[in-house]
Structures are given as C-alpha cells and as structure tokens.
Design a protein around this ligand. Sequence first.
Ligand code: THG
Length: 368
Amino acid sequence: MAFALSFGSRVRKSPYFEASVAAGVTQFSVYNHMYMPTSYGDAEAEYRRLIEGVSQWDVAAERQVEIAGPDAAALAQYLSPRDVSRCRVGQGKYVPLCDHTGRLINDPVLLKLSEDRFWFSIADSDVLLWARAIAAERGYDVEVREPDASPLAIQGPKAEAVACDLFGAWPRDLKYFWFRETEIDGIPLVLARSGWSKQGGFELYLTDGARGTDLWNLVCEAGRPYGIGPGAPNYIERIESGLLSYGADTDNDTNPFEVGLGKYLELEIDADFVGKSALRKIARKGPKRRQVGLFLEGARIDAPAHPWPIVLEGRNVGKAAAAAYSPRLERNIAIAMIDSQFAESRTELTVETIDGPRCAEVTALPFC
Ligand code: THG
C-alpha cells in the first residue's frame, strides 16, 4: 500500500508502543483515540498461537473510565442495565451500556475495585464524556476520570501456565472476570481472568504507564517456554467465537437485543437506569434486525468485509460486518446483521462480496 496512518500526538500511544514496535508490529488500528496493534505480519502464526499456545496483546486502548466517590455505586448502577448491587468487590461483569432510547453505546467490562470505586473497561466510544455528563446532570457526588490503567492480554490455552509462573498459584483460582490487585518486580497491576477471545486467558492492567516495556518483557520471558509471541485481538477467532466488536458489528442505531446481548440485561430490577423503559419496550416487541452467522460458499475469503450487502430476491436485507476463512471449520464464515424475518437458520441469501456475489446460509452464533 502506498499510504499509511499518520503518527502524530493527537492519537495516543500505548505504554506498550515501543515494545510492540520492537516486537515487529506491522499494522495498527485506532481505538479510544489510541494506536492499537492489529498484526505482527503473520496472520496464520498469530491465529495458531492463540488456538494452541499463548499470545500476548497490547490492548491498552481498552481504556478505563473510573467512577469514584460517595455516589460511585449509584452512578455505576444508573449507567448499567444490569444489577450492579450484586457485583462483589474483586468481580467484573459484562455490561452493555445503552442510551435513553435503548441504543447500544458501548459494551464494557465493569470492575468493582471497592465499594466506592468502579472501572468501566470500555470498547471504542467516549464513555468518559457520557459518564461525566450523566453525573453532572444528576448531581452525583463522584469523580469520573481516566486512570493510568492499560491492559496487556495473554490469551490461549497456555495463558494460565504463564500467569502462574509470573504470579504464583492463585491465578488458577480466579473465576471469569474476577481480578486482584498485585505487583511484580515493583510494577503495579490488576490481574483479571478475562480477554477478548474464547481461548481463555488473563489481562494485566498495568497501573504505572511508565513501566510498559518492563511488563511486556517480563511476560515475554515468562512465556518463552510456552512459545509465547506477539498478537492482537484476532479477526478470525472472534468471528468463530461470535464475540461482539462494537463499531464493526454495530451502528448508531443498534440495540443490545439485535446483537445477542439481551441475556445480560436485567430489566426487572427496582433500580432505575438509563434506557430502562425503552429497553423494556424493545424486549416486548422484539428487535427488527438480528446478528447471525453465515456460511459462505466459494473460494477461501481473504479480504475483510467492508461491510458487504446481503440480498434476498433482489432486496437488500442486511450486511456482513466481518468475514473470514475459518481454519478450524475449513469453511468461509461471517458475522452479519439481517432483518429478523430472515434470521432463521438455514435461510439462503446472497452476499455481495468484494469479488462478486456468493451464496450464503444463515446459522446461529457462535460458530465454535
Ligand atoms: N477486555 C477489557 N476491556 C474490554 C474488552 C476486553 N473492553 C472492550 C471490549 N473488550 C468489550 N467487549 C467484550 C466482549 C465480550 C467479552 C468481554 C468484552 C467476553 N464475553 C464472554 C463471552 O461472550 O463468552 C463472557 C461474557 C459473560 O458471560 O459474562 O468476555 O476484552 N478489559
């Protein structure tokens, strides 16, 4: 390609930026106003490492929005269409954040650090602005800020062995989304069992941004016996696993029911939260569109979806947000949003891909 992103100071660099460059990063995306590595040049090796071994990812762009102070629990609840009162200190929960109309505005992991301090670990949208505005409008006594906390993920079946070599035996007993504040070689961090893959693993939220290279190198060393290598949130594995990519799979009108997040909502709780009545109404009527999987016929897909239009009997009925060849299924697969009336499995459609139309069949998510 004859063009590249500009590397100015308007977009932020992660604490692992230099380490990623030294490790041979070849592509970045921009996420939460920060460069985020997306490839180290060998997609097949990165996929295999994630499925069979262990991979280390600079996901510092998953920024935190901290809510602290006397009304922190009240604001965290008001922002969340889930029961935050049942979240314990040291526990995390996946929380689809919605606006007053029930539209999805982010899908963070909520971490409860203490009774009066929470982090929303956010996907790519400006939750800091949202939380500050809601806090001010409602007169909550809180401080809302972005703390110095930058996740480094280790993902894959051997991630637990690496975490235990680094921290001792206790990470083995951490339940999904639970975490503990700790340190290693004087580097402060929060260790959580989490990460944006279904291969298992941990996230190390570095809380001293000056120590990024030190932490990256420690993880490299500990992972060496397990064949660790650099990677990034994996385009193919996330399609196979049906993990939501906010912004790729969603648009400005997507609601959580359309993308399979309805199961995380608790609309009958007493507490009030943003979007409560709108979400109840959508739950009653059912969503107009649904996220589904597709199997695509034809040659191995090697171009990302742009997205691609989906057609049935000459009518546009949706779009494919992401498509890839799945090495595990040995088939072309895609994640798509289509009109609910066509979302039944086995429905046959046409996808207008970059190299022409292809027959496709609807299937349920996840694929693997
Ligand atoms: N880690 C951290 N922050 C994040 C992400 C992350 N913020 C942005 C983005 N990723 C948020 N999106 C997701 C999507 C899915 C999951 C986590 C974050 C996830 N889902 C599990 C699943 O679908 O099986 C479990 C959810 C559950 O059952 O509670 O893990 O990756 N720090």
